[in-house]
Design a protein around this ligand. Structure first.
Ligand code: COA
Length: 374
């Protein structure tokens, strides 16, 4: 077994910006309240026609391009999301088709805002276990959310917090040391009702009553989630560092789930990490749930906040309740120049191929179904 490395990263956020001032025209709130209580200034909201799958696909293409990996090389796609396109099929299968990743297994993973950390842990183990016989096992791990379709835009206690977007990484085992060093995952279902969507699932399917009572929207007991988060984040980070034989002093950058600036600062204090070792882009995107860590990781790379051989810790918490962390040593060279025109063109060809492939497969299935006599 050889460890999995992050060899590519990409993000996509919708164009549309919703500022705190915009929100103050929709509900009884203010820029001042939102900034001081959360640290958020604005968030992105998906346009009509955009969805979790479409944003996940765009982030995945960028991550594949950064890694120089083709869709046919991908063995596994995991989409961590709490806001899938459908209950059935998995959003990861829609992404697999859109990428033309003909050799990949694909599934969704639901662990609230900790989803990306969970998915990274699962994928890292699968990549490490499947590596061998001269083949580089490759996984695309995506965190993607369209929370704007699940928040109640009349509820000021939740709608100011969330945003939409997607982030992705490509994981590959290449025989060298470093990469994912350790993973810690935790869960406590007794706190499931602190953050949940009451209806629309098998327990309480959609009905006129559930719709009229607005039971398909996120409900949250914010103060209790806050108290849980300030304990869970440092605890998960400590555990994952211990497993890797490291201490907080060894951390070069902590990439926490972007939920609330006060939670990030409390976690930083508990771990004795100076602010420059804590990454935050919460101000611009709000809480994008499972997408927040991969978007943050991607921006940290783009801003030159990560160097080769750095120890990076991703740590999250969320609905479930769940919490978790991943420690990794960043062991791949970082890009020194933007992608070339040729590099971009190559992936445009792959995108075209993926669309044609999907159409042909549908056509062949239709023809076969006509030729089968019942
Ligand atoms: N604008 C203005 N006032 C608001 C408001 C808003 N958007 N939302 C709530 N308030 C009001 C409340 O009604 C309350 O008023 P009251 O004192 O008259 O009852 C007051 O502000 C304080 O509310 P409270 O809930 O105590 O605020 P808080 O300081 O705990 O901050 C959160 C609320 C939600 C920002 C904070 O609890 C939090 O971030 N929790 C964690 C949430 C989270 O991370 N969820 C995602 C998990 S992945």
């Amino acid at each position: 077994m050889s460890p999995a490395h992050v060899v590519g990263w990409g993000k996509y956020v919708p164009e549309r910006v919703l500022s705190n001032d915009d929100l103050s025209e929709m509900v009884d709130t203010s820029d001042e309240w939102i900034r001081t209580r959360t640290g958020i200034a604005e968030r992105r909201v998906a346009e009509d026609g955009e969805s979790t799958a479409s944003m996940a696909t765009r982030a995945a293409w960028r991550a594949l391009r950064a890694a120089g990996v083709t869709p046919a090389q991908v063995d596994l796609i995991i989409v961590a999301t709490a806001t899938p396109d459908h209950a059935i099929p998995a959003t990861a299968c829609i992404v697999q088709d859109a990428l033309g990743a003909s050799n990949a297994a694909a599934f969704d993973l639901s662990a609230g805002c900790t989803g990306f950390v969970y998915a990274l842990g699962v994928a890292a183990d699968m990549v490490a276990a499947r590596d061998g016989a001269g083949k580089k096992a490759t996984a695309v791990v995506i965190g993607a959310e369209t929370l704007s379709r699940f928040v109640d835009w009349t509820d000021r206690s939740t709608c100011v917090l969330f945003g939409d977007g997607a982030g992705a990484v490509v994981l590959q085992a290449n025989g060298s040391p470093g990469g994912v060093l350790s993973t810690f995952l935790g869960a406590d279902g007794s706190g499931g009702d602190l953050l949940y969507v009451p209806a629309g699932g098998s327990e309480e399917p959609a009905s006129h009553r559930t719709v009229s009572q607005r039971l398909h929207y996120v409900r949250m007991r914010g103060r209790e989630v806050f108290r849980f988060a300030v304990r869970a984040m440092p605890d998960a980070a400590q555990q994952v560092l211990e497993q890797a034989g490291l201490t907080p002093d060894d951390v070069d950058l902590l990439v926490p789930h972007q939920a609330n600036q006060r939670i990030l600062e409390a976690a930083g204090r508990a771990l004795n990490l100076p602010p420059e070792k804590m990454y935050s882009n919460l101000e611009r995107y709000g809480n994008t749930s499972a997408a927040s860590i991969p978007i943050a990781l991607c921006e940290a790379v783009e801003e030159g906040r990560i160097s080769r051989d750095d120890v990076v810790v991703c740590v999250g918490f969320g609905a479930g309740l769940t919490w978790g962390a991943t420690a990794l040593r960043w062991s791949v060279p970082l890009p020194t120049a933007p992608p070339t025109a040729w590099g971009k063109a190559r992936y445009r060809v792959w995108r075209g191929y993926a669309s044609v492939r999907s159409l042909i497969r549908r056509l062949v299935r239709w023809l076969l179904s006509r030729s089968v006599k019942e």
